[in-house]
Design a protein around this ligand. Structure first.
Ligand SMILES: Nc1ncnc2c1ncn2[C@@H]1O[C@H](COP(=O)(O)OP(=O)(O)OP(=O)(O)O)[C@@H](O)[C@H]1O
Length: 604
C-alpha cells in the first residue's frame, strides 16, 4: 500500500518549562544525566574508532615528549657547549633541535588529521541517530515542544560537540601529558626549584575552580536561551504571514528582544567569567617566572644548579602553565559541549513510538470502524473525549461536526493512533487497534488535510510521495483523477515544476488538488479528510469536490466537515460537543429530531 503522510492535525503547543521529570502517556523522560555519564557516552561513540584513537594518543605522546625535549636541549646547549665554546657540539645540537621540531610538527599534523576524521564520523553517527529518533517519536512528544528548540539540538548542540571533538580532545590529553612530563623532568633536575615553580599551582586550581563553577551555569543558561531564540525565529518565520496579517511585527520584535536580552545576559556572563581565565593564568605565569629567575639565580650563585637548568625551568614554567591554561579554556568548551551532548542524548533517549509486543500486522482492511466507550484526555485534569461510541460500516462517509474544540480532530488522532485512548476500544474490521502494528494501520489511511504540506521538490516527486514506486504514468493518472492534471500541464515546466518547501507559487486550491492526487496514488483503504475552511474559488472548489468524491468512492471516510453540502451527503453525522457524542444519524434523521444539529443548520 502506501506510506502516507502522517502529520499531526492542528495541535496546541503547550510550552513546557525545562522539566525533565514530566511523564506523559507512555513516555518516560529520563532524568538529567550527570557529566560523567554523558562523557562516558560520548566515549562510547569514539570507541568505535579505537584504532584511530590509539594512533592519535600515540601521536600526542610523541608530540608532548618532543615539546619537552626542545627546551631541555637548549639548557644543555648553554651548560655543555656555550660555556665551553664547543661550536661543533652546538652545531650538532642545533641539527637535533631542528629534527625534533620537524617531527613535532608532523606528529601534531597527524594527530589532528586522525582526530578530525574520528570526530566527523562520530558527529555523523550522532546526527543520524538523533534525526532517526526524531522521525520515530510519537506525535504527542512533538506536540508539546517548540519545533525550533528541537532543531537547535540538531544544529547548535551537535555543532558544539563537533567543535570540541575536533580540537579540544587533543588539547586536553596533550595538556595533561605535557603537564605530567614537565613535572617529572623538573623534579629530576631540581626538586627545590620544582617546589618553587609549583607554588602558583594551588592558586591556579583555586582560581579556575572559582571561575568554572560560575561559567558552567552560565553556559548552560546560554545554551538554553539560544535554543529559545532559535525556536522563536523559526516560529516567526514560518508564521510570518500571520504576524503580518495581524500587524504584530512590533510585538514579535519586542518578544524577540526579551529572549535575546536573556541570551545576551547569559552569554555576557559566560564569556566574561571564562575570559578571566587566561588573564589569571598570565599573572600567575609571570609570578612563577619571577620566582624561578630570582630563586634560581640564588641557587646558581651557590653552585646548586647550573644556568642551563634555570633556562630549562623558565621555559618549562611557561610550558607548564600553558597546558593548565589550555585545560581551563578547553574545560569551558568541554562544558558547553557536554551540555549540548546531554540535550542531544535527551532526545535520543526518548521512548519511540512502539508497537505492542504481540501486535499483529493489519492486512488490507474493508473499513468497518467502531468506537466503544472511548475516553481520552491530553492532560490529566481534562476530559477531552468522554465515553464516545459509534459504528461505521464499510464504505460509509462519516461527517464529524461540532463547535471548535469539541474533539473532532482528537477522534481522528485516536483513530490514527497518534494518541491512545485512556479507556474504551477502537476497532477496525473487528481488530482492536491497540493490538495492531501502527505502521500497518496508518498505511491504510489516506489523509487530505487543510494545511497541505508539500515538500521541496518537483510536482511529480510530491505526488509520488503517496507511493514511491509509482511509475510516471501512474503519477499522471492520479493527477488526472484528482483534477490536477490540467493545471499542472499549464505550468511551463509541467510535472517537473519545482515547488518551494511550503508550496508557494501555486494556489491553496491547487495544493489541495495535489494532496488529493497524492492520496489517489496511494489508494488507501480508509480516508481522513479535514475539509478546508478557507475560501477557494468556485471552479477549483468544484474540482476539489469532484476529485474527493472520486477518491472517497467505496471507501470508509471520516470528514471533519464544515460545508453543509458535505455533511448532508454523509451516511452518518456525528455531532460532538465538549468531547461528548451529542447526536448521531443521517441529515434527515437529525433534522427531524430538532436538536442541536437542527439548530446548527438553521443558523447557517
Ligand atoms: N496536543 C494537545 N494537547 C492538549 N490539549 C489539546 C491538544 N490538542 C487539542 N487539545 C484540546 O483538546 C480539545 C479538543 O480539541 P480538538 O482539536 O479535537 O477539537 P476540534 O473539534 O477538532 O476543534 P476545531 O474545530 O477547532 O479544530 C480542545 O479543548 C483542545 O484545546
Amino acid at each position: 500500500m502506501s506510506n502516507q503522510l502522517t502529520r499531526p492535525f492542528r495541535y496546541k503547543r503547550i510550552p513546557l518549562p525545562d522539566s525533565d521529570t514530566k511523564t506523559e502517556g507512555k513516555i518516560v523522560k529520563t532524568k538529567p544525566k550527570n557529566w560523567k555519564s554523558t562523557i562516558k557516552r560520548i566515549w562510547n561513540y569514539l570507541a568505535v574508532h579505537k584504532k584511530y584513537i590509539v594512533l592519535v594518543i600515540f601521536m600526542i605522546f610523541l608530540s608532548s615528549a618532543l615539546s619537552l625535549l626542545g627546551p631541555f636541549l637548549v639548557g644543555m646547549a648553554i651548560d655543555e657547549f656555550l660555556v665551553s665554546h664547543d661550536v661543533n657540539g652546538l652545531f650538532q645540537l642545533l641539527i637535533y633541535l631542528f629534527l625534533i621540531y620537524v617531527f613535532y610538527s608532523i606528529s601534531i599534523w597527524l594527530q589532528n588529521f586522525w582526530m578530525i576524521g574520528v570526530a566527523q564520523k562520530t558527529i555523523y553517527a550522532m546526527r543520524l541517530q538523533l534525526f532517526t529518533r526524531l522521525q520515530k517519536l510519537p506525535i504527542s512528544y512533538l506536540d508539546k515542544r517548540q519545533h525550533g528548540e528541537l532543531m537547535s539540538r540538531l544544529t547548535n548542540d551537535i555543532e558544539n560537540v563537533s567543535t570540541t571533538l575536533n580540537s579540544s580532545v587533543i588539547q586536553i590529553i596533550s595538556s595533561i601529558l605535557t603537564f605530567i612530563g614537565i613535572i617529572v623532568v623538573m623534579v629530576w633536575l631540581s626538586p627545590i626549584l620544582t617546589v618553587i615553580t609549583l607554588v602558583v599551582v594551588p592558586l591556579m586550581v583555586f582560581g579556575m575552580k572559582w571561575i568554572t563553577r560560575r561559567t558552567s551555569l552560565f553556559f548552560k543558561e546560554q545554551q538554553k536561551h539560544l535554543g529559545e531564540v532559535n525556536g522563536y525565529i523559526e516560529e516567526t518565520i514560518s508564521g510570518q504571514r500571520i504576524v503580518k496579517a495581524f500587524s504584530k511585527e512590533e510585538y514579535v520584535v519586542h518578544a524577540f528582544k526579551g529572549k535575546s536580552e536573556r541570551l545576551r545576559g547569559a552569554g555576557f556572563w559566560a564569556q566574561t567569567y571564562s575570559g578571566f581565565i587566561p588573564k589569571l593564568m598570565n599573572v600567575l605565569n609571570n609570578m612563577s617566572f619571577a620566582f624561578i629567575a630570582g630563586i634560581g639565580g640564588i641557587l646558581a650563585f651557590n653552585n646548586l644548579i647550573t644556568i642551563g637548568v634555570i633556562v630549562i625551568f623558565a621555559e618549562y614554567s611557561r610550558q607548564f602553565t600553558r597546558p593548565l591554561n589550555d585545560l581551563a579554556n578547553q574545560f569551558n568548551t568541554l562544558l558547553s559541549a557536554v551540555a549540548g551532548a546531554e540535550r542531544v542524548f535527551e532526545v535520543i533517549d526518548e521512548e519511540e513510538e512502539r508497537d505492542k509486543v504481540n501486535a499483529r500486522e493489519l492486512s488490507e482492511i474493508k473499513g468497518d470502524v467502531s468506537f466503544e466507550n472511548v475516553s481520552f484526555s491530553y492532560e490529566d485534569d481534562q476530559n477531552t473525549i468522554s465515553n464516545v461510541s459509534f459504528k461505521v460500516n464499510e464504505g460509509e462517509t462519516v461527517a464529524l461536526v461540532g463547535p471548535t474544540g469539541a474533539g473532532k480532530t482528537t477522534i481522528i488522532n485516536l483513530l490514527s493512533k497518534f494518541y491512545e485512548p485512556v479507556s474504551g476500544a477502537i476497532t477496525v474490521d473487528g481488530h482492536d487497534i491497540t493490538e495492531v502494528k501502527i505502521g500497518s494501520l496508518r498505511q491504510q489511511l489516506g489523509f487530505v488535510l487543510q494545511d497541505t504540506h508539500l515538500f521541496q521538490g518537483s510536482i511529480r516527486e510530491n505526488i509520488r510521495y503517496g507511493r514511491l514506486d509509482a511509475s510516471d504514468e501512474e503519477v499522471e493518472e492520479a493527477a488526472k483523477q484528482a483534477n490536477a492534471h490540467s493545471f499542472i500541464t499549464s505550468l511551463s515546466n509541467g510535472y517537473e515544476t519545482v515547488l518551494d518547501q511550503d508550496g508557494s507559487g501555486i494556489s491553496q486550491g491547487q495544493k489541495q488538488l495535489l494532496s488529493i492526487a497524492r492520496v489517489m496514488l496511494a489508494n488507501p483503504s480508509m480516508l481522513i479528510l479535514d475539509e478546508a475552511t478557507s475560501s477557494i474559488d468556485t471552479i477549483t472548489e468544484i474540482k476539489i469536490q469532484e476529485a474527493l468524491r472520486r477518491l472517497m468512492k467505496g471507501k470508509t471516510s471520516f470528514v471533519i466537515a464544515h460545508r453543509l453540502n458535505t455533511i448532508k451527503e454523509a451516511n452518518q453525522i456525528i455531532v460532538l460537543k465538549e468531547g461528548k457524542l451529542f447526536e448521531k444519524g443521517s441529515h434527515d434523521q437529525l433534522i427531524s429530531e430538532r436538536g442541536y444539529y437542527y439548530d446548527m443548520c438553521s443558523r447557517s
